[in-house]
Design a protein around this ligand. Structure first.
Ligand code: SF4
Length: 246
């Protein structure tokens, strides 16, 4: 049986298999978003909008069906730049933040993140997107991150934002080879009537605060302290890690 998955599910599964299981099977156990989390999401949306303004593109909107239809139409018109284009492949629906047509008619996939440093989860995110886009018939030849550039000098006004684009195509390719295995593992977890065992540890707070912490603290999993399941342990073998990257 194949489970429809989203990008959020995939990233939750990388953080902790139990988090993925709870998100799909028991979403009602999640804590409501804290004001801090809401603030982070607002900042992320603001940053994405600012990054988009640097490009001349057409935004795709609407629900799943309408977004898929609009995307298809814009692709057929060979529009040179799309925002939030919608794709579905292998029962995974996602939106690509910025998709730019290259001179050779292949595509550049860009994702904006409001941090100054590259994180492994960003590479995994792009790898999943390229898996879906390639499966949907879009040839993604190049992938990049749009990050916030560190401020230069104390005199720079706090509201001033500079962006920098980084080509991460080669780093993402390392992740790409692992995507089918991760998906099959995650779908296997989701056929189980109970969540996979996952002791609590540092992975409950990184790369994102898990919304199921209160639930896990109440079911006894906090009695076992073991950080071996942290995000770094789910990295492909080719990527070395010296622990969580904050
Ligand atoms: S609180 Fe920790 S152990 Fe529980 S689901 Fe979240 S990440 Fe996994």
């Amino acid at each position: 049986m194949s489970f429809p998955l989203t990008k959020s599910h995939f990233l939750a599964g990388l953080q902790c298999p139990k988090r993925l299981w709870l998100a799909v099977c028991k979403p009602e156990y999640a804590c409501p978003n804290s004001p801090t989390r809401q603030g982070e999401q607002a900042e992320k949306q603001k940053f994405r909008a600012i990054a988009q303004r640097s490009f001349q593109g057409i935004a795709v909107s609407g629900d799943l069906r309408s977004a898929l239809e609009q995307t298809q139409r814009l692709l057929e018109q060979r529009q040179p730049c799309l925002f939030e284009a919608a794709f579905i492949f292998d029962d995974i629906f996602l939106r690509a933040h910025i998709l730019q047509l290259r001179r050779d008619q292949s595509w550049r996939l860009l994702e904006a993140k409001p941090t100054a440093e590259i994180r492994e989860e960003y590479l995994a995110d792009l790898a999943l997107q390229s898996y879906v886009l390639n499966g949907a018939g879009i040839q993604v030849a190049e992938m990049g991150l749009i990050l916030s550039a560190p401020r230069i000098g104390a005199e720079r006004a706090p509201e001033t934002l500079r962006l920098r684009a980084t080509d991460v195509t080669r780093s993402v390719q390392i992740w790409q080879n692992q995507i089918p295995d991760y998906l099959s593992q995650f779908r296997q977890f989701l056929t189980q009537p109970e969540p996979p065992p996952a002791p609590m540890g540092s992975h409950c707070d990184y790369p994102h605060l898990c919304p199921f912490k209160t639930h896990c603290q109440g079911d006894g999993t906090n009695l076992v302290v073991n950080n071996s399941a942290d995000f770094s342990s789910s990295l492909p073998e080719a990527i070395t890690s010296d622990g969580p990257r904050r």
